[in-house]
Write a protein that binds this ligand. Structure first.
Ligand SMILES: [Zn+2]
Length: 75
């Protein structure tokens, strides 16, 4: 059963993405603590739930959790 119900969060393998996408997502960040964009993140983990997809990692500069939401375009 892989169907996702309301409130279910599934952990995905970020490193299964193509290398160029990984680079983009790791670089394009916003840190609420540093108040700066594109500082970069480390230790990324990808998650999805019923209606969205996002990556959680740590700010390279201050190690606070940063989250990048992924907008997937369906055709
Ligand atoms: Zn930071």
């Amino acid at each position: 059963m892989t169907e996702l119900n309301e409130g279910t969060v599934q952990k995905l393998d970020f490193f299964a993405r193509p290398a160029d996408e990984q680079q983009d997502f790791l670089q394009q960040t916003w840190c609420n603590t540093c108040m700066e964009m594109d500082l970069g993140m480390k230790n990324p983990v990808e998650y999805r739930d019923k209606d969205k997809l996002w990556i959680e990692g740590e700010c390279v500069k201050c190690s606070t959790k940063v989250v990048t939401e992924i907008v997937e375009e369906d055709e």
